[in-house]
Design a protein around this ligand. Sequence first.
Ligand code: HEC
Length: 165
Amino acid sequence: MSSSGSTRVARLVGCVVAASAAAAALAAPPKHAADEVQRGKYIVRTAGCNDCHTPGYAQTAGKVAEEKWLVGSPLGWRGPWGTTYASNLRLSVWSMSEDKWVKHARLERRPPMPWFNVRDMSERDVRAIYRYIRSLGPAGDPAPAWVPSERAPGGPYVQFPAPPK
Ligand code: HEC
């Protein structure tokens, strides 16, 4: 093979390596699975998921043991949408695959779930959240079901005013 021929081959190999590295980066597979779990924990903490999905978290400035995180809450959020309850995410992530959950987590929900924040997160971040919550293992019971607006909720609830006109 001539020297220019082998240079061409070397360039071609270089391109293939670069292209597959770019494809891998686009798919964003975690280089280290443990890193993605830690990233998920960081996002959960800073994006406020515990504030509603972990009983007592907001009231104690986060002094809740990690094994009790995200088990859902019996505190109702009552407004024109009826009364909603922050769900048990520890059970939610065990009820479906990662791909399915990533789509599910971005769907529109009733207030005060900030579903639009999750919708606007990168796919990598939503996947990291899933992996972190899975790493905690399943725990707790399902949160109470949504109560329609004409019915009064049985347990404690926070009353929201009607949205501003
Ligand atoms: C202000 C309170 C609040 C915060 C903060 C919050 N949620 Fe929620 N979340 C709720 C409520 C209430 C529901 C139930 C909504 C409904 O009934 O439609 C819910 C429902 C969900 C659901 C659908 C039900 C399920 O279990 O699969 C997912 C997924 C979810 N939240 C994920 C998150 C994630 C991830 C975060 C952090 C980025 C978060 N939530 C932050 C209140 C909250």
